[in-house]
Design a protein around this ligand. Sequence first.
Ligand SMILES: Cc1cc2nc3c(=O)[nH]c(=O)nc-3n(C[C@H](O)[C@H](O)[C@H](O)COP(=O)(O)O)c2cc1C
Length: 165
Amino acid sequence: MKIRIVYGSSTGNTEAAARHLTQLMPGSELLEVSNAQTADFEGCDLLVLGTSTWGLGELQHDWDAALENLRGARLQGSAVALFGLGDQASYPSTFVDGLRPLGDAASEAGARLIGRWPADDYDFQDSAALDGEQLIGLALDEENQSDMSRARLQRWAEQLLNELR
Ligand SMILES: Cc1cc2nc3c(=O)[nH]c(=O)nc-3n(C[C@H](O)[C@H](O)[C@H](O)COP(=O)(O)O)c2cc1C
């Protein structure tokens, strides 16, 4: 099974989570988004996209140039999963908002989004990543809930592999 993890990270938190995820998904490839071409988004059984959120609800800036390539990639029927780093205490109204533009671009490219995640164990007011009661991908918060990240990643990786079956 071909799994590729593409991430953008400013201070290393999303990168660390992406590296951990490759260990949980043996054989998966890791790619920093600045090095990603359109073809790198294509041809995977599972494409995992990771971003942090900056400014007030903005996508990590290395993704800016790649978003158009993602939107134009041939992802019809491909499984895409999203994970996002954010800080729910300092940015409670834009928590992991960066997941939304990634999800929209992947959906426009025809992808099937998997890996939705319950919003229960967090404390925030609003997020562009909310779809009803759930988040469109996994949210991690190294500022406030770093002790939960390991277990969340482990559970999410298992969930993704189950959803692919
Ligand atoms: C100036 C600044 C703005 C931020 N804005 C948001 C935000 O709007 N929403 C959010 O959830 N997190 C926000 N964060 C928190 C970062 O997303 C968080 O620290 C993340 O772990 C950084 O990951 P990275 O090192 O992979 O870039 C912000 C942090 C800073 C310093």
